[in-house]
Design a binder for this molecule. Structure first.
Ligand SMILES: [Zn+2]
Length: 267
C-alpha cells in the first residue's frame, strides 16, 4: 500500500487552519464534510450524495470568506502539492519549473537543463511529462496572476522555491499528522554548543512518513494502475534503468503476487 496511500501534506497546514470553520460552513449548508484527518490524507475519496471532500469545503469556505492572503497561501500550497503529485517530479525539477516549460495545449511539462541556474536533470536527460487536467487548471489559474515571469514557484525573496522536504515535515507536524513513533538523531545548537540529540516525531518535525519521494511513488503507482506501460513510466520519471522503475512500483516483489501465483496453479 506504500505508494498507493495518497496524502496532501504540503497543504495540510492550510487544512488545519481552515478545516474547523470549513466543516461548520458545510454543516450550515446542510452538507457534511469528510472527517478532517482522513480527508486531509485522502481527499480524492469518492463523493457521495451528501458528502463533499474537505478540499472542496475549504475552497468554498475561502471563497466566501474573501480572506485574500489565506486563500493565496492555500492555493499556492495546493498547486505546489498537486504539481509534485501530478508530475512525479524530483524536488529540483519542481524548484526549477518554468512557465515556458509548460505546454498548456499539450498539457505537458518539459524538464530541461537550465545552465544559468546550474540545474541539470539527473542522468542529464530532458523529458516531457504529461500532466493531469486538474493540475493544468490549477496552473492556468496561477499563471493569470503569476508572481514571477519565469518560475512557477517562488519563495519570499522571489527566488525559485526550495527546501520542500523541510517545509513538508514542518507542515505535517503542525497539522498533527505525525505518527509519534519515529525517533532520530539530529545536531542542535551553535558553535561549541553543537551536539547530537535524539528527538521524537511526537514534538519535532522529523516524522519519517513524510518525504517527497512519496509523491513521486504515488504518481508512478497511479500511472501504473491506470495501465500506463512500465517503459513509458520509466521515461516520464526520468529513470535510467527499468529496474529502478520496477522497484518503485513494487513489481519485483513476488510475495505480493503470492495469491495470484498460487491461483494460477490451483494451489
Ligand atoms: Zn513519525
Amino acid at each position: 500500500m506504500e505508494g498507493k496511500q495518497v496524502w496532501k501534506g504540503l497543504y495540510a497546514e492550510s487544512f488545519a487552519q481552515a478545516k474547523k470553520e470549513a466543516s461548520q460552513l458545510s454543516e450550515s449548508a446542510g452538507i457534511a464534510a469528510e472527517p478532517q484527518g482522513f480527508a486531509a490524507i485522502q481527499p480524492e475519496m469518492p463523493r457521495t450524495a451528501n458528502r463533499i471532500p474537505l478540499a472542496t469545503a475549504v475552497d468554498t469556505y475561502l471563497e466566501q470568506k474573501s480572506g485574500k492572503s489565506q486563500k493565496t497561501i492555500y492555493q499556492y500550497k495546493r498547486t505546489l502539492n498537486e504539481f509534485f503529485l501530478g508530475s512525479g517530479c524530483r524536488d529540483k525539477e519542481v524548484t526549477f519549473a518554468a512557465w515556458n516549460d509548460i505546454d498548456f495545449d499539450k498539457k505537458t511539462y518539459h524538464v530541461r537543463r537550465k545552465e544559468d541556474v546550474g540545474f541539470t536533470p539527473k542522468s542529464h536527460e530532458s523529458r516531457t511529462i504529461p500532466l493531469p487536467d486538474s493540475l493544468i487548471a490549477l496552473l492556468r489559474a496561477r499563471r493569470k496572476k503569476a508572481p514571477h515571469e519565469r518560475w512557477l514557484f517562488i519563495n519570499e525573496e522571489g527566488r525559485p522555491d526550495n527546501h520542500f522536504l523541510r517545509k513538508l515535515k514542518r507542515i505535517a507536524k503542525r497539522a498533527g499528522l505525525n505518527c509519534g513513533q519515529c525517533r532520530t538523531v539530529i545536531t542542535e545548537g551553535r558553535y561549541e554548543k553543537r551536539k547530537k540529540v535524539e528527538v521524537s516525531c511526537k514534538d519535532r518535525p522529523v516524522c519519517e512518513h513524510f518525504y517527497l519521494h512519496r509523491f513521486r511513488k504515488t504518481c508512478a503507482t497511479r500511472w501504473h494502475e491506470a495501465g500506463v506501460p512500465i517503459r513509458t513510466i520509466q521515461n516520464w520519471l526520468g529513470h535510467k534503468s527499468l529496474e529502478t522503475t520496477m522497484i518503485y512500483l513494487g513489481v519485483t516483489d513476488s510475495e505480493k503476487l503470492r495469491s495470484n501465483i498460487n491461483a494460477a496453479f490451483f494451489d
